[in-house]
Design a protein around this ligand. Structure first.
Ligand SMILES: C[S@@+](CC[C@H](N)C(=O)[O-])C[C@H]1O[C@@H](n2cnc3c(N)ncnc32)[C@H](O)[C@@H]1O
Length: 210
């Protein structure tokens, strides 16, 4: 297990992730606050009403609980993660009437095709050993008409991009180019593909046609 994966399995990180680790590191990497990221997630996933939502690699539920409060009726958000300490923290900090947590592997999701109206994966594809397979799984479980959104690393041009790729690789983090995810979404027939670049991070969203 590499450094990044060991870190995600540490109870000490789970305890500080939502309050300190994520706000600080993601602000440095993208210039964006957690509140901005949450608002964008609600908007791009078009959350409202009784939707079924998957928050893949949910960590301590820092999006799961928030997204679930946008739903009504039978709407539910499932947060899935493989780290037991992260899930235990999610239950402590982000339990909500329309949120539930499942332990699983992003590469082999335990859900039938088309289960969810919205699927997201924030700040995790660079940690997952086969991120393309995990993204294909996200698309598989997305229902026709549903929305998908990811945030992950982005290789900036020039020496800084080369340096951040090398430093990331040493710690077990992948750095993606700008073409990979839009091309993968297009290959699967997704439409409305939108990509935003924020410093070292990219945010890509799309629709699965009805
Ligand atoms: C940095 S946290 C992201 C948490 C949250 N989504 C956010 O944006 O703040 C990354 C999470 O990915 C999870 N993860 C990594 N590989 C995974 C896999 N193969 N299956 C499920 N979860 C995985 C880790 O356990 C960790 O909780």
């Amino acid at each position: 297990m590499n450094l990044a994966r060991r870190t995600m399995n540490a109870p000490a990180l789970a305890a500080v992730y939502e309050r300190a680790w994520r706000p600080a590191l993601f602000y440095l990497a993208s210039g964006r606050s957690m509140d901005t990221d949450r608002r964008d997630a609600v908007r791009t996933l078009r959350l409202s009403g009784p939707k079924r939502v998957l928050d893949l690699a949910c960590g301590p539920g820092n999006f799961t609980g928030h997204l679930s409060r946008e739903l009504t009726g039978d709407g539910r958000v499932v947060g899935l993660d493989y780290s037991e300490p992260m899930l235990a923290q999610a239950i402590r900090d982000n339990a909500a009437p329309r949120a539930g947590y499942v332990r699983g592997d992003a590469r082999t999701l335990p859900f039938a095709d088309g289960t969810f109206d919205a699927v997201c994966c924030f700040g995790a594809l660079y940690l997952i050993p086969d991120p393309i397979r995990a993204t294909r799984e996200m698309i598989r479980v997305l229902a026709p008409g549903g929305r998908i959104a990811i945030s992950t690393s982005h290789r900036t041009p020039g020496w800084f991009g080369a340096l951040s790729t090398a430093v990331g690789a040493a710690g077990g983090l992948r750095v993606f180019d700008t073409e990979t995810f839009p091309a993968l979404f297009a290959e699967h027939g997704l439409t409305d593909i939108d990509q935003q670049l924020h410093r070292l991070l990219q945010y890509v969203s799309a629709t699965r046609p009805a």
